[in-house]
Write a protein that binds this ligand. Structure first.
Ligand SMILES: [Zn+2]
Length: 545
């Protein structure tokens, strides 16, 4: 094939904010072979077109570098999407309707009907937990599994009991935690550990399932202007699923089917898992097409809402607990050392200040014992902290992975949990900027949706929801800084700042076009702003309408 001289795509008549300080705003851009070749005025850039160039009139719209979400769980999100969320049901009749509709699809797709989060107390018609007979009436030929919101009891229809191997159980012989009817047969209620065993019957995914789930979520992310995610996918159902997940990414790469870039946050909790992974031969920043092996990740504590985040002082509103560290100090150090000496940088989920302290000490010790240049270690969430801990981010050149959208839930509870003195020092994004700490943004989807534009709103306004009350507004960042958190800073965190993250000649054309100029509109409009087009490596991966 003879190579053309003309450009593949030219965007013109736009407001192109490059985030490149040398060349902050232009109106036109030329792309060839996936790379930005020229930025300038319409006249300059359009002169590079030939008959085959695709010319896109931006009609005055705003173009930015494509967005990144630097912490989410794509596969968890995909499994959630396959379930029916019954949390808002107000009658059993509504449950029946939702499950029957899903059973139609499940029958064709040869899968289970999975409903979760019901609470019969909220139903206006029947206040009983549905049993086997009730669920058989919904669908007898499709397995049905409904989980109560508490998570401690599930109900199954006959088909599901059969597939789960529970149908032949009897009250006097069973080892399982389940209930029986007057006829001596299982009535469909399964409790506690036995319920989790049932879960493994339907939550078993083939490599093909995983591939389809990933492609679906990546396409949805592309529709939100996202060109790169940092995703934690290696623990899908069990701890040891990661070989299948890697295989799925490998096949997607070979088939060229991954629409966006994925930087894996490789979560492990045992040395033998890390060793087994290392024995596969992968090292940090190895790539499979658009997939990249990122940092090794440790989950160091729980969550604020459940008071399981590990604190140095007892919870003010729950003085009997300080939360829970999930690793001992030496245990964590040994895992960190194994990863670190095998090329990997480290990230850790730390929400409480005790978990943060433990991980700061771990990273400090491992990086002093084994000094390597340019290890971009980081802390995911890093919510509760004092200024002395925040200063260590700068000293140790740590990346702060924050989720501004968490304010929606957390701004109501932080001061109750830790008191206003520590609350004010926590989630202090302004101070990271002032210290010159690398800070990037994310959603922790499925905890929160991966819509970047509302996330920008929370970062800047510190409001609890659209036009909601503000929480320490002085700790917010500017809109420009917020956009950097979801673009150039994210690219830095994955060692990709030379490839994308700003719109710069020589970098990949990874970009998003919005329907309005968010820098000139009221911040509330971030909730209404539409993504018009998303491009990865010169390829349009989403276009509205
Ligand atoms: Zn997470």
């Amino acid at each position: 094939m003879r190579r053309r001289n003309g450009m593949d795509t030219i965007f013109y008549n736009g407001v192109i904010r490059t985030l490149d300080k040398a060349y902050p705003q232009v109106s036109a851009m030329a792309v060839k072979d996936g790379v930005i070749l020229r930025l300038g005025t319409d006249q300059e850039v359009l002169s590079l077109a030939d008959a085959n160039t695709k010319k896109i009139d931006l009609e005055g719209r705003l173009m930015l570098p494509g967005f990144s979400d630097t912490h989410l769980h794509m596969l968890f999100y995909a499994t959630f999407k396959r379930r029916i969320d019954l949390v808002d049901t107000t009658s059993y009749e509504e449950v029946v309707r939702l499950c029957k509709a899903d059973a139609e699809k499940a029958r064709k797709e040869n899968r289970w009907v999975i409903g979760c989060n019901f609470n019969q107390v909220n139903w206006s018609d029947v206040n009983k937990i549905p049993d086997r007979h009730d669920l058989d009436a919904i669908a007898a030929d499709v397995p049905v599994f409904l989980q109560r919101a508490c998570g401690h009891i599930v109900c199954l229809n006959t088909k599901a009991l059969q597939l789960a191997g529970l149908w032949d159980e009897r009250a006097d012989t069973t080892q399982h935690t389940m209930d029986f009817g007057e006829d001596g047969l299982p009535n469909g209620y399964v409790r506690e550990n036995s319920a989790m065993c049932v879960q493994s019957c339907w939550e078993r995914f083939t490599v093909n399932d995983i591939k389809e789930m990933l492609v679906t979520v990546c396409k949805e992310a592309a529709s939100k202007g996202i060109v790169q995610v940092h995703s934690d996918d290696f623990n899908l159902v069990a701890d040891d699923d990661f070989a299948d997940v890697i295989q799925a990414y490998k096949e997607l790469a070979e088939e060229g089917r991954l629409p966006i870039r994925v930087n894996e946050q490789i979560r492990f909790r045992r040395a033998e898992q890390i060793q087994r992974f290392l024995d596969m031969g992968y090292r940090a920043n190895d790539t499979l097409g658009r997939f990249k092996f990122g940092p090794i990740k440790f989950l160091c504590d729980g969550s604020l809402g459940s008071h399981s985040a590990a604190m140095r002082q007892p919870y003010r509103n729950d003085p009997g607990t300080k939360g829970l560290l999930l690793f001992g100090d030496e245990e964590l150090y040994e895992l960190a050392e194994l990863a670190y000496t095998n090329s990997f940088h480290l990230v850790a989920h730390c929400i409480g200040d005790a978990a943060l302290e433990q991980m700061l000490n771990t990273i400090q010790r491992v990086s002093r014992t084994h000094p390597y240049p340019d290890r971009r270690n980081g802390i995911i969430h890093c919510q509760i902290m004092d200024q002395a801990q925040q200063d260590r981010f700068k000293e140790m050149n740590l990346v702060a992975y924050v989720q501004p959208v968490f304010l929606k839930a957390d701004s109501k509870v932080v001061d109750d949990c830790v008191g206003p003195e520590l609350g004010r020092q926590s989630y202090n994004w302004r101070r990271y900027e002032d210290l010159g700490v690398h800070m990037c943004g994310g959603s922790d989807c499925p905890v929160e949706p991966f819509d970047v534009l509302p996330n920008l709103y929370y970062a800047v306004t510190r409001r609890d929801g659209r036009n909601g009350p503000q929480w320490y507004p002085e700790n917010g960042v500017t809109l420009e800084e917020a956009v950097e958190m979801f673009t150039s800073e994210a690219a830095y965190a994955s060692y990709d700042e030379d490839r994308y993250g700003t719109l710069t000649v020589g970098k990949y054309a990874d970009l998003v076009v919005l329907d309005r100029n968010i820098f000139e509109r009221p911040l509330e409009e971030l909730f209404d702003t539409q993504v018009m087009l998303t491009m990865v490596e010169g390829e349009i991966v989403y276009q509205r309408g």
